[in-house]
Design a protein around this ligand. Structure first.
Ligand code: PEP
Ligand code: MG
Length: 539
């Protein structure tokens, strides 16, 4: 038996023959041409044909991979119109007098390498998209198909990497799992695999040798381990795990769509934490009763300039519309500390976690803050929204933040833009200071949501980014539990609700403690919701 360790990106257990993806290789010859204009015309015609293919693909894939995921093919289409992609191709045709296939291949590989060399893991993962687009154009130019050769029996499919187009078009009945030498956790291939429920492991490197083709294999997409010629003991162990998971899943499915109530009949809200528009689908699939924390930072990350009011409005509106009547709590910008964004030009600080971050940025940059607030108020007209301020430590901060919200509403009224004014405003309790004065803060907040990730960091004086301190980080520390209890009691005395949106909310060892403390809401990863609902029913 050979054991290979990769990165599991889509959970599940699979057993079958290992088969390497057979792409009909595209022959990209360096062919000289006489007339560059004619060749550029050939490239442009192929580009248009590729754009048509992508339109069809995006329309037909919606059911299989979801509307948001299918949008990737729209992005591929836009790449075909982007001068960053097209100009270098045209330049190569003109200067080197070579065929369009060669020019697309060369320019595409250079651009893909630029992405692959970037530090940001999201940008790195875009390299495969460039390859995907280039291969499509070359295929059209050369008239050769690069389609996957179909296999008859279902197999565990292996490759260097899978392009998003390949993954989206896989026949689920013929593919038991995906394994690749390269790949990125954030790649669309990984996202599609999870959406389609195909177990997947990436990043085996050269260890995933082509010599293994045809071998019997078994894998665990959760732990990222691939076994070749698995021993009977491993087969037994993984089959037992699979049976257990299946049983557990069936049990969890029984509480889908049911309300969350304790043994004594007290209702709790089980909300989801999300960080993008796409995540709203996961929240719904996980049976979330709302969104307890929409980390709006995603709108500001991975870009080189501030998002404008309209683009923010569109994103919030999409999430609100997807969630329908369910509440969506949008946390205002929480940049700084571990979430640095170049174009914010934040000062270099000795202690960024204790520096200019979260609400402190909102209060020092009112224009930026009000742009986001206007976008939220406008989007609020399309659903059940709430606003939440991060890292409030004093009444003064809360009042100043609320003043900005009022100013944002007044600006919208003055401009005659439709919006919803009556949006609850709550705060995150993330510092010992805010927990200790939660009686005062509760007088002027509509709800509390405890951010235990930061509350732990600031209470125990343990940098949450520093893995070397893991042994000192007792997340169940009595000090944290007391601060949570105090916050919840003060919230109730003032007649407002109190939840947890930090990671501790999903810690099943504390579910009973939280129920006993009287917490009203837990906002967790969507995949934890059904499990927590079953646990709460026993509390
Ligand atoms: C928290 O601090 O617990 C929290 C939910 O916020 P974030 O993890 O985004 O800082
Ligand atoms: Mg936080």
């Amino acid at each position: 038996m050979i054991t290979l360790q990769g990165k599991g990106v889509s959970a599940g257990i699979a057993r079958g023959r290992l088969s390497f993806l057979k792409r009909q290789t595209l022959s990209v010859e360096k062919r000289s041409i006489e007339n560059a204009d004619e060749e550029i015309e050939r490239f442009n015609t192929a580009r248009k044909a590729a754009a048509d293919q992508l339109d069809t693909l995006s329309a037909t894939m919606m059911d299989k991979i979801g509307e948001e995921n299918a949008l990737l093919f729209e992005i591929h289409r836009m790449m075909l119109e982007d001068s960053d992609y097209c100009d270098p191709v045209i330049e190569i045709i003109k200067t080197e007098k070579v065929c369009a296939e060669y020019a697309v291949n060369t320019a595409g590989s250079r651009l893909a390498k630029e992405f692959a060399d970037m530090d940001d893991s999201y940008m790195k993962a875009r390299a495969i998209d460039v390859y995907d687009v280039s291969n499509r154009v070359i295929e059209i130019l050369s008239g050769e198909g690069q389609g996957i050769t179909r296999n008859d029996e279902p197999v565990i499919l292996a490759a260097d990497d899978f392009t998003p187009s390949e993954t989206a078009q896989l026949d689920r009945n013929k593919v038991l799992a995906l394994v690749s030498r390269q790949g990125a956790v954030n790649s669309h291939t990984a996202i599609f695999a999870r959406t389609m429920g195909i177990p997947a492991i990436i990043s085996f490197g050269a260890f995933l040798s082509g010599d293994f083709a045809g071998k019997q294999a078994m894998l665990d997409g959760e732990t990222g381990v691939l076994y070749l010629d698995p021993e009977p003991a491993i087969i037994q162990e993984l089959e037992a795990k699979e049976a257990c998971q299946k049983q557990e899943k069936e049990k969890l499915e029984q509480v889908r769509g049911k309300p969350t109530v304790t043994k004594n009949g007290r209702p709790l809200k089980l909300y989801a934490n999300i960080g993008s528009v796409i995540d709203a689908d996961a929240a719904l699939a996980g049976d979330a009763e709302g969104v307890g924390l929409f980390r709006s930072e995603f709108l500001y990350l991975r870009r080189d300039d501030y998002p404008d009011e309209n683009s923010q409005y569109e994103s919030y509106r999409k999430v609100l519309e997807k969630m329908g009547e369910r509440q969506v709590i949008i946390r205002t910008l929480d940049i700084g500390a571990d979430k640095q964004v170049e174009y914010f030009r934040l000062p270099k600080e000795e202690n960024p976690a204790m520096g200019l971050r979260a609400i402190r940025i909102g209060l020092t940059r009112p224009d930026l803050f009000k742009t986001q607030l206007r976008a939220i108020y406008r989007a609020a007209a399309h659903g059940n929204a709430a606003i939440m301020f991060p890292m409030i430590t004093s009444l003064d901060e809360l009042r100043r933040a609320k003043e900005q919200a009022k100013a944002a509403r007044e600006e919208l009224s003055a401009r005659g833009i439709p919006f919803k004014a009556d949006v609850p405003i709550g705060i995150m309790i993330e510092t010992p200071a805010s927990a200790v004065i939660s009686d005062l803060l509760a007088q002027e907040s509509d709800f509390f949501s405890i951010g235990t990730n930061d509350l732990t960091q600031y209470t125990l004086a343990i940098d949450r980014q520093n893995s070397a301190l893991a042994s000192f980080c007792d997340t169940h520390h009595e000090a944290i539990l007391r601060l949570i209890r105090l916050t919840c009691e003060n919230a109730h005395k003032a007649g407002i609700w109190c939840g947890i949106c930090g990671s501790l909310g999903a810690d099943s060892r504390l579910t009973k403690t939280f129920v006993d403390m009287g917490l009203d809401e837990l906002s967790v990863e969507p995949s934890s919701i059904l499990k927590l609902r079953t646990l709460i029913a026993d509390c």
